[in-house]
Design a protein around this ligand. Sequence first.
Ligand code: FES
Ligand SMILES: [Fe+2]
Length: 433
Amino acid sequence: MLTKEKNELLCRVGPDSQMGRMMRRYWMPMALSGELEAGGAVRRIRLLGEDLVAWRAPDGSVGLIDEFCPHRGASMVLARNEDCGLRCIYHGWKIAADGQVMETPPEPDYSTRKDRVRSTAYPVRESGGIIWAYMGPSEAMSPPVDFEFAGLPASHVLIMKTREECNWAQTVEGVIDSAHSNYLHSSGIVPNAGLAITEDKGDVNAKAQFERPSNDGAPRLEVEDTPYGFRYAAIRRPLVAAERNKYVRVTLFVAPIHAIFPAPKGWGSMQMFTPLDDTSTMFHYILWRYDAPIDGATRERYLLRHGMRPGIDMDENFRKVRNRANNWQQDREAMRRGDSYSGIAGINTEDFAVQESMGLIIDRSREHLGASDRAVANFRRVMLESVERFTATGEPPIGLRTKVDYGQLRSAEAMLPHDMPWQAGVERAQAAE
Ligand code: FES
Ligand SMILES: [Fe+2]
């Protein structure tokens, strides 16, 4: 439960909001590298409530500036992508990637107008197939964010992306909520007593996609704050040897918008939730293989399974076909037959459906959290404490107070003896990988 005031503080990310000012201290995933072609089309980018455009110049460098031309406001999404700048098609003003107005051709030769006008421009950097933007004050620029997958060849990494039509915080709260997998995803993730950790069955046509060594629908959550945010263990009773063992899954919340969670053996996975504005979020699901490329068939299988095929499950702006207007194509017949618990196809679409179904910004003054929501409550506490201190004292936000080595952050999943603390068990499991 949050008061309406705290809820507003948590959710709003525009340039004049407290959270928006704090969010601007972090690098934000802005687009995928593959979305921008050198010398090609300009893309409209909505980010933290601002309308921007991004493009890749013929030399391969990327620019990110205000969508609207500083002359009389025509959209730069229509601009010509020329050498070292965008040229507005209305009157030919040319703007560089640093926001400098380079040419104002209709003005007389003696005009110094261009020297006195700038477009808003933000620095960008590419890492791991993602273009990141920094929208905060230059003197406070934070270090780059290079997660583990950024160190792997592109052939080992799969990035799936789609738009969610709701506030960023309720999407983050979906990924740090372990208990829902036993209900919402109970058709896609099923128990198997013969396993030690979750396995991917690999058959996209099978009803169940994953098998897990537990059917315990009331996990015990233990949360531990960290310099980057927090991590928590979801501890469940395993199907076998429950008197000796506990089954543990550890998820990391990396402030402000990232979560790293266990993937099947040999794989890693995380999600990022870029706030486009107060009521829409870009969801990124990143999967990587540590020691082999992900082949084309596997990539297609994942895109199909997760309902994130570009051009099929969503349009060119990543807007989903299964959405609020059609109840996410929930299939009541499949539910009646017992084929699907939720009636919604695909594990991620199930997540999108429940998160969007809460409304554009959920009113947290009306909810009733329980023990299984401990990580959700901690997320709110960590982010609210951070934004309040940042606003009151200027203290750097959570994750930016000390150096974080993002490349070292890993989740874990393990079957552990009861008397072993999960923190020690996680280290053992990671060392054995
Ligand atoms: S509006 Fe862009 S050059 Fe005039
Ligand atoms: Fe989920």
